[in-house]
Design a protein around this ligand. Structure first.
Ligand code: DHB
Ligand code: FE
Length: 256
């Protein structure tokens, strides 16, 4: 028996019971909700549901006092072991990859602005149609996933395409719930990153494209103003984004 489990489970159930009383929930609604829980499991959508509707509050709560750059949700589409890229640091992509070609550059520092050499940036994103490789039909395995390291000055760069907005699957139970409530099922266009360096707290974050639709209505509630970037046209139809990351010190000092 864990006191923590008792406290948390009791509190969540009490709030569900209160919602039932306050909204006069009927037997029909209870049976429909029960079937919906079953459907979410059968469709394998619990990770999707959790990351869309719950994770953002956990992230805000867990890191409200962390110094350095803002993080946001991890989401369900990270895959470990993306290839470490060499110059010219292009994320793997199809020869005819659609979307505006963009060079992302910046620095990784500590919270006092000291450069962190050999920091790692693990990058993943949807293609211009909002599809993630490894999870959705379309992009080949490994598409638009890669890692880069900072140089001795803490500088990094990589080349990618601007992703498209993403909609949660509309035909599954999570999409049906979203439609029933009248909410937008879209996430604005974003690039995921995990920035890490020895002795620092890993930063799980996303960069949001300022020209994207849905910045104000992200179904996953994960947009923060500090994470919105403006791709600058640099000629030949290409764009550039600059973004610096400051990492907080690791909470547990490394054991020597
Ligand atoms: C989901 C998708 C994302 O691209 C993301 O960043 C977070 C959540 C999702 O569908 O659950
Ligand atoms: Fe995403």
């Amino acid at each position: 028996m864990s006191e923590r489990a008792n406290q948390l489970i009791s509190d969540i159930l009490r709030r569900v019971h209160e919602a039932i009383v306050e909204n006069n929930v009927t037997y029909e609604e209870y049976q429909a909700a029960k079937q919906w829980f079953i459907d979410v499991g059968a469709a394998g959508e619990w990770p999707l549901f959790g990351d869309v509707f719950v994770e953002h509050v956990v992230e805000e709560q867990a890191f409200s006092n962390r110094s350095g750059s803002q993080g946001t949700i991890l989401g369900p589409f990270h895959l470990p072991d993306a290839p470490l890229l060499d110059a010219p640091f292009e994320l793997p992509h199809r020869p005819d990859e659609s979307g505006d070609r963009t060079r992302v550059t910046g620095r990784v520092t500590d919270v006092d602005g000291r450069p962190l050499a050999n920091a790692n940036l693990d990058i993943w994103q949807a293609d211009a149609e909002g599809r993630y490789s490894g999870f959705m039909p379309g992009p080949p395995d490994g598409n638009l996933r890669g890692q880069v390291r900072t140089d001795t000055d803490g500088r990094y760069e990589y080349v990618t395409v601007i992703p498209g907005p993403y909609t949660i699957p509309l035909d599954g139970p999570t999409g049906r719930m979203t439609a029933a409530a009248g909410w937008s099922p879209w996430r604005p266009a974003h690039i995921h990153l995990i920035v890490s360096a020895e002795g620092f707290e890993p930063l799980v974050t996303q960069l949001f494209i300022d020209s994207s639709d849905y910045l104000d209505t992200d179904v996953a509630g994960a947009v923060k103003p500090e994470l919105i970037v403006h791709p600058e046209p640099v000629g030949d139809g290409e764009f550039a984004v600059s973004y610096d990351f400051a990492l907080a010190p690791a909470r547990t000092p490394a054991i020597a």
